[in-house]
Write a protein that binds this ligand. Structure first.
Ligand SMILES: Nc1ncnc2c1ncn2[C@@H]1O[C@H](COP(=O)(O)OP(=O)(O)OP(=O)(O)O)[C@@H](O)[C@H]1O
Ligand SMILES: [Mg+2]
Length: 321
């Protein structure tokens, strides 16, 4: 419906990661280059982190699209971090076309090692791609460490890409995983878009679907409102813009106004974004305030305050969005 009104050939703001919509910011370019270089130059372990919705899966899809065209590359793509180590190894062996059924962990590791080494001897590239890697258990990360040992004197035989939210870094920082951390050859990080990039991002998506006048549909002040509410997170930008086009069409408005964006942000409760650390300190503040009140109450009552009573959880809930 809004597509005809704004003269668009297709939906410009789908939230599924579609490589044909890639808007190459400097950081996205650098990250893609790190992934590509790591695989092609057999660097071994590459880690890409980024906040929720910043384009990690999109970059992986772009990479895999280009690797698919090379006959010398074979990859396994795992995106379910909540597997047991055995299920994880079965999954990647299966994805590489190896017989995995009924095998135990050591047999699977041996099978994978044989496969990777024999491909290495033929100068072929084998890649293990793990998206959502922040969800991997320490046990699976340990299996991955074992796989990083497959190497010749000159190069790594299995290329491993670990991609996930910033919690992945915290995991890799843990003392138990220091051996894996030391094996990271390349790292990249994605962050949210600045105002200029947000403008370029929105206009590029509109151009790609044939919009004749992107700057008319989303004028500068509207883009500023989108950037402010989305904090430059691409997935949120998409959601806001798609909803804005629906409302704009309903109002038969040639241009989306900042007021439309403010309303959408309110509907999606985007203004109530509390980061985990602020949430924690907010909860601590509330707890401290309650302690002070209880102490005061106890003083007034002439009663003594006992520590256990102060640790009961507060009935107050902090808004989480
Ligand atoms: N540079 C970009 N160019 C075009 N679209 C982008 C870009 N970055 C992100 N997007 C879009 O933003 C949305 C979210 O991207 P994606 O799913 O890749 O994020 P993610 O980092 O994998 O998020 P999560 O941490 O939730 O897995 C998708 O629609 C994707 O196409
Ligand atoms: Mg993702």
């Amino acid at each position: 419906m809004y597509k005809a009104f704004y003269k668009l050939e297709r939906n410009p703001f789908e939230i599924t990661p579609d490589p044909s919509f890639l808007f190459p910011t400097r950081r996205h370019n650098e990250a893609l280059a790190a992934l590509y270089y790591g695989v092609r130059r057999h660097k071994g372990l590459v880690v890409l982190t980024g906040e929720v919705g910043t384009g990690k899966t999109l970059l992986l899809r772009c990479l895999l699209q280009s690797l698919k065209q090379s006959e010398d590359v074979k990859y396994a793509y795992a995106f379910n971090g909540r597997l047991s180590p055995l299920e994880f190894l079965q999954y990647i062996a299966g994805d590489l076309g190896l017989p995995a059924a009924g095998k135990n962990k050591s047999e699977l590791l041996l099978e994978l090692a044989r496969y990777v080494v024999s491909r290495g001897e033929k100068k072929l590239t084998t890649v293990l791609v793990v998206d959502e890697a922040h969800l991997l258990s320490a046990d699976i990360l340990e299996e991955i460490r074992l796989l990083t040992n497959l190497e010749t004197a000159a190069e790594k035989l299995l290329q491993i890409l670990l991609v996930g939210q910033p919690e992945l870094d915290d995991k890799l920082d843990s003392i138990d995983l220091r051996q894996l951390k030391q094996r990271i050859a390349l790292r990249a990080h994605l962050s949210s878009l600045d105002l200029n990039e947000t403008k370029g991002y929105i206009e590029r998506r509109l151009e790609l679907v044939g919009c004749p006048a992107p700057a008319k549909v989303f004028p500068a002040e509207t883009i500023a409102a989108i950037h402010s509410h989305s904090r430059g997170t691409p997935r949120l930008i998409n959601t806001i813009c798609e909803n804005a086009l629906i409302v704009g069409y309903a109002r038969q408005a040639a241009s989306v106004t900042p007021e439309i964006i403010d309303n959408i942000a309110q509907d999606f409760r985007l203004q109530i974004q509390t980061s985990p650390s602020r949430k924690a300190s907010h909860e601590t503040d509330l707890r401290d305030a309650a302690k002070a009140l209880l102490a005061l109450y106890a003083q007034l009552q002439g009663a003594q305050v006992r520590e256990p009573e102060l640790t009961v959880s507060l009935p107050l809930r902090v808004n989480q969005s």
